[in-house]
Write a protein that binds this ligand. Structure first.
Ligand code: NDP
Length: 428
């Protein structure tokens, strides 16, 4: 068999575009870039929304990037890579990536890494005072541009290196259209030695930086309010940190997500991990550092209740599926009803997974509300996360449904007849 035929067999081309193909990809690149920079210029100390004239003069006088911030960002990435290398961690196998059952290994030491980062940040704040975090809050824009440049460079590196040697490509990233494949990602597992660029990027540089920014903006509020932070800021900080720490406690769960098992690593994931998450997810903390809100006991209690409910559903449903798939004889799942599919896997139709097809999305979305409500009702812009997340989850639902329909055929139809609601029981 010729090398080309062998490569085509290993990496079949997929002609079904997602995101409306190359034109959609170009629009998303422009749109997402506009949103991250737009949120910075549109919501700040000049107003949220800031007056268009103020936005214009801010853009004209802005220092988008400087050498020091770029170096700072590179040091940040370098330090995280060193932490990945030197901190102890278990090596865990991912899902099989080919018919031979090849499974790549991943080092799981993200929790140790975030603990180290938070330890160092706390030490600095304790010794030098909250003012020392000005280094970070005042460089939000140049750091964002630095992360943006790095994400573009990495996505080009991954695209170009996908043509060198015999690489395993993502099924959806091998269309042959340069723009689309660069956007969606050709390489399924971009690696340098045993360092996996995708799994590293998924959790570390973005998620940890998000919390570091939250802490920096809490410090900013502390300085602006002459030595206090509001209950709303505490809620935002605790909820965000909780979510991120939870991801690191369950770090190996990332290996079975669609991002890791199916999607290539291109601009979309790289930009999402390095820029979108750290520079937009913490918008509520940034807003509160300019416009403090005191919630009071009643409102605080109601928001905590919403967060707990969301988390209960989110963690309960995700863990139930994980347990059912990996340890089906466990007493917590062994009596749950399921459909046995022709492919061999089982689909739960009981417990959380009997209430809707994605109760985990519903729980996650409830938590999104709990993160935004602390900003009060002075501006709609900090609610951006709730709206964006709804779009993301609906789109993700569609992609997953399509994948399962193709994969399970009639069994999926049967499953959808039994579990009628898509995400929110009795509503959607
Ligand atoms: P799921 O964890 O819901 O996984 C979907 C897969 O689970 C399906 O493809 C199918 O895979 C399997 N499955 C579907 N139905 C059943 C069933 N009834 N019984 C058993 N297995 C089933 O999806 P995601 O990976 O999208 O999401 C995981 C979590 O991450 C969610 O809680 C989501 O909210 C969160 N998330 C958060 C994001 C953020 O930015 N904060 C972004 C994206 C996700 P199989 O082929 O194995 O059958």
């Amino acid at each position: 068999m010729s090398k080309k035929v062998e490569a085509d067999k290993r990496n079949p081309k997929k002609f079904q575009y997602e995101f409306f193909g190359p034109i959609g990809a170009a629009i998303i690149v422009v749109l997402t870039t506009t949103v991250v920079f737009g949120l910075y210029f549109g919501c700040n100390e000049n107003g949220c929304p800031a007056h268009p004239q103020k936005i214009l003069s801010m853009i004209q006088n802005a220092k988008f990037i400087d050498v020091y911030s770029f170096q700072l960002y590179l040091c940040w990435l370098g330090a995280l890579i060193l932490a990945w290398h030197f901190l102890p961690g278990e090596w865990v196998k991912g899902v099989p990536i080919d018919e031979k059952g090849t499974r790549l290994q991943y080092k799981m030491n993200g929790f140790a890494t975030i603990s180290l980062v938070l330890g160092i940040a706390s030490g600095f704040i304790y010794m030098k005072g909250p003012e020392c975090m000005e280094l970070i809050w005042s460089r939000f824009l140049p750091l964002m541009t630095s992360a943006y440049v790095v994400s573009i460079l990495i996505s080009f590196y991954c695209y170009i290196s996908s043509f060198i040697g015999q690489k395993h490509l993502a099924e959806g990233g091998n269309s042959g259209n340069l723009l689309y494949d660069w956007f969606i990602g050709r390489l399924l597992n971009p690696r340098i030695g045993n360092f996996d660029i995708k799994v590293f990027s998924e959790l570390r540089p973005g998620l940890i930086l998000w919390i570091v920014f939250d802490i920096a903006f809490a410090c900013r509020q502390y300085v602006m309010l002459n030595g206090r932070i509001t209950d709303s800021m505490v809620l935002v900080l605790v909820f965000h940190s909780w979510y991120v720490l939870d991801s690191f406690v369950c770090e190996s769960a990332v290996l079975t997500t669609m991002d890791v098992t199916t999607d290539g690593f291109g601009y979309m994931l790289c930009f999402g991990d390095l820029v979108w998450v750290p520079f937009t997810y913490g918008l509520q903390a940034r807003y509160l550092s300019y416009y403090p809100v005191d919630l009071g006991v009643g409102f605080t209690t109601a928001i905590i209740f919403l967060q707990l409910l969301g988390y209960y559903i989110f963690r309960g449903s995700n863990s139930q599926k994980n347990e059912f798939r990996n340890n089906p004889t466990d007493p917590s799942v062994k009596n749950l009803k399921y459909i046995q599919t022709k492919r061999g896997t089982r689909l739960l139709i009981d417990g959380w997974w009997g209430k809707s097809r994605h109760m985990n999305y519903f729980g996650d979305w409830l938590m999104a509300w709990a993160w935004c409500l602390p900003v009060g009702f002075g501006s709609a812009i900090p609610y951006f996360y709730v709206a964006y997340f709804a779009v993301l989850l609906l789109h993700r639902y569609g992609r997953d449904d399509h994948k399962c329909r193709e994969k399970y055929g009639d069994d999926w139809k049967k499953y959808c007849q039994v579990v009628k609601y898509r995400i929110i029981p009795y509503i959607y």
